[in-house]
Design a binder for this molecule. Structure first.
Ligand code: NAD
Length: 332
């Protein structure tokens, strides 16, 4: 019989896609979140609205479950994570600590924790042409304040639960995941979604704003690759933290250029140097990922961004906020 799987954060971006993939793979799936998925119904067999900061909610969520993908978190793009240290740290420490303990008591066979590249030492990310980050570069610890510290501490907690209680834990460090069905406005969106929205809403010749000088670098992973990596890691026996991302680094200016080309528009760029831009450079070293999973994310950025841009444009069109392309063309 297929395992019973719990996905927390199943109303969110990665969780929603993961539920669909696990259902396709034949698992029985329970999704839990404080909200329903925003853009389409869940594929989960059961979906419960629960606040996982609460201990009783975590007990209820894990009842009768074999495997947990713990994706629930208070998080967002660089604007949100630099302005909400207390909220993020308190909420996520409560979710993760209660989820780990409830999973232990419930005899969960495998527990996967979604960590982040924000655990990496900031001092190793202060140039745009940064050396790709290896898993050991998280120490000596100097992570992103708030969000990064909380993720790093929960990684440690997973290690302690494995050592002291024999729990089978998995720890994945995501590097910037993007794709359709992700938040694209409201303050919690990340750079690819924010830029797709700005480009969709603007006309050729308009000014588009970028935070910082745009020379900061990142690598981006398409959602289908993310979900593939998650299921592979869960099936593996690897319990140390593992990068999951691509190692193609681009600047934010280049990211805008790619999206502008997809939209066939040209813009004037305004750089707002007062806005947060995070670390200066970040890239994933995938050496261990390749060794452990025998695989790595391969969707070209241009292909993934095209799907993402068209989806965001379509959402904005449905809301009456962009004109249909036929009308736009006719107006030119
Ligand atoms: P998301 O915000 O779309 O999903 C997180 C979900 O957790 C949301 O639906 C939210 O409602 C839910 N949640 C928050 N507080 C909760 C609570 N108290 N109880 C129950 N549910 C709660 O984010 P995502 O991009 O899908 O990220 C999933 C995980 O991956 C998170 O742990 C995040 O920190 C991690 N991560 C994501 C990225 C990325 O690029 N998307 C990068 C690094 C790490």
């Amino acid at each position: 019989m297929r395992a019973k799987v719990l996905v927390t954060g199943a109303g969110g971006f990665i969780g929603h896609h993961l539920v669909r993939r696990l259902k396709d793979d034949g698992y029985w799936v329970r999704g839990v979140d404080v909200k329903n998925p925003e853009y389409e119904p869940t594929a989960a067999d059961e979906f419960a609205i629960l606040d996982l900061r609460r201990w009783d909610s975590c007990l209820e969520a894990t009842r009768g479950i074999d495997q947990v993908y713990n994706l629930a978190a208070d998080m967002g793009g660089i604007g949100y994570i630099t302005s909400s240290h207390a909220d993020i740290s308190r909420n996520n420490i409560l979710i993760n600590t209660h989820m780990l303990e409830a999973s232990r008591l419930g005899g969960i066979k495998k527990f996967l924790f979604s960590s982040s590249a924000c655990v990496y030492a900031q001092s190793k990310q202060n140039t745009p042409d940064v050396v790709p980050l290896r898993e050991e570069d998280a120490y000596p610890a100097d992570p992103e304040p708030g969000y990064g510290w909380e993720k790093l501490f929960t990684e440690e907690l997973c290690k302690y639960f494995r050592r002291d209680y024999g729990m089978q834990t998995r720890v994945v460090r995501f590097h910037n995941v993007y794709g359709p069905l992700g938040t694209f406005e409201g303050g919690k969106e990340k750079s690819p979604a924010a830029l797709c929205r700005k480009v969709a809403l603007a006309d050729s010749g308009d000014e588009v704003e970028i935070w910082g000088d745009g020379e900061q670098t990142r690598s981006y992973m398409y959602i289908d690759d993310c979900v593939e990596g998650l299921t592979r890691l869960m099936a593996s026996s690897h319990y140390e933290p593992l990068n999951l991302g691509t190692d193609r680094m681009v600047t934010i200016n280049q990211l805008l250029e790619i999206i502008s080309n997809i939209a066939a528009k040209k813009f004037r760029v305004r750089h707002d140097l007062t806005k947060p831009q995070g670390v200066r450079g970040r890239n994933s070293d995938n050496t261990r990922l390749r060794q452990v999973l025998g695989w790595e994310p391969a969707t070209p950025l241009e292909d993934g961004l095209k799907v993402t841009y068209l989806w965001i444009q379509d959402e904005l069109r449905k809301a009456g906020r962009v004109r249909a392309p036929e009308k736009r063309d006719a107006a030119v």
